[in-house]
Design a protein around this ligand. Structure first.
Ligand code: NAI
Length: 338
């Protein structure tokens, strides 16, 4: 396709595209919504990932510009851009991993659920494309409200007969990244040494940090637990308010998405012991979807870990989380079924 060639950012002087012909091992990754606040820095970070051999950047605006820019980085991945719905199928064909940060972000005063009206339709369209063009790809879904968009994608895949629950993952990594940072701040240690499991979902009270299971083991006062839980649950709102109408978390989110995608790719490569939190099809609770620690392997989610021992504070939080999650999941399912 001539416009795709232009968007490769190539001068036309390339002798032979040996890399694109499969000479270099690695995975083919697409970012849908690549020109956005998250999409652009995420494109940058994925272009730097040595496990990526081909990087497809799709958006309904500005994909050629982002593609030309990122393609000049002297790293391994071959970058191709795709602009607008007619090029969605080319963007998706052959992909191993599809990362979706497409959709509108929050403004001050909005909840993630306020985004449902617009983002539900966007995620539906993109999931239909995946079902048609790369049904075996692993999907990392970032578009909010994640608690509803993951059920939407699952319903689209079920309808198409392509649903594999191991390959559909809602990205909750930013909650974990925030939890690690805020807990490290309180403990006065390096955040890289802290690991906080965050379970439930990705919105308000559904974000449930398990402060009793922090690694390395530590203890907090009840005041610290309250303050930390509140800050982790409202970290997104902290950024939305600081940005004052210009958007929500994009840079920390791109970092979190790149970290999660890298974990998926290392799992796909066959690395052992890759464990991350993610919002997935689950039997850990009575709900059809729930975020917990999962083990990532060649085929996606290969093991889902139980919640582990919860204290009373966390058990109360879990009940609240489940109540809200049930409604958000149902809202997503109904959007496709009705
Ligand atoms: P943004 O508005 O800066 O970028 C979104 C991009 O999606 C734009 O470039 C837009 O053109 C594109 N887009 C819109 N419709 C599309 C379609 N049909 N196909 C492909 N691309 C399309 O928004 P930002 O800040 O990048 O956020 C994106 C999404 O990520 C929002 O829904 C936001 O709520 C969510 N988010 C999720 C987080 C998480 O932890 N899971 C954290 C932060 C944001």
């Amino acid at each position: 396709h001539p416009s795709n060639l232009q968007m490769e950012g190539s001068s036309g002087l390339r002798r032979a595209d040996c890399r694109a012909k499969g000479g270099v091992p690695g995975f083919k990754v697409a970012i849908l919504g690549a020109a956005g606040g998250i999409g652009q820095p995420l494109a940058l970070l994925m272009k730097m990932n040595p496990l990526v051999s081909v990087l497809h950047l799709y958006d309904v605006v500005n994909a050629p510009g982002v593609t030309a820019d990122v393609s000049h980085m002297d790293t391994g991945a071959v970058v191709r851009g795709f602009l607008g719905q007619p090029q969605l199928e080319n963007a998706l064909t052959g992909m191993d991993l599809v990362i979706i940060p497409a959709g509108v972000p929050r403004k001050p005063g909005m909840t993630r659920d306020d985004l449902f009206k617009i983002n539900a339709g966007i995620v539906k369209t993109l999931a239909e494309g995946i079902a048609k063009c790369c049904p075996n790809a692993i999907v990392n879904l970032i578009s909010n409200p994640v608690n509803s968009t993951v059920p939407i994608a699952a319903e689209v895949f079920k309808k198409a007969g392509t649903f594999d629950p191991k390959k559909l993952l809602g990205v909750t990594t930013l909650d974990v990244v925030r939890a690690n940072t805020f807990v490290a701040e309180v403990l006065g240690v390096d955040p890289r040494e802290v690991s906080v499991p965050v379970v439930g979902g990705h919105a308000g009270v559904t974000i449930l940090p398990l402060l009793s299971q922090v690694n390395p083991p530590c203890s907090f006062t009840p005041e610290e637990i309250n303050a930390l839980t509140d800050r982790i649950q409202n970290g997104g709102t902290e950024v939305v308010e600081a940005k004052a109408g210009v958007g929500s978390a994009t840079l920390s989110m791109a970092y979190a998405a790149a970290k999660f995608a890298d974990a998926c790719l290392r799992g796909m490569r066959g690395d052992a012991g890759i464990v991350e939190c993610s919002f997935v099809t689950s039997q850990v609770t009575e709900l059809p979807f729930f975020a917990t620690k999962v083990r990532l392997g060649r085929t996606g989610v290969e093991e889902i870990f139980p919640l582990g021992p919860l204290n009373e504070y966390e058990r109360t939080g879990l009940e609240k989380a489940k109540k809200e999650l049930a409604g958000s999941i149902q809202k997503g399912v109904s959007f496709i079924r009705n």
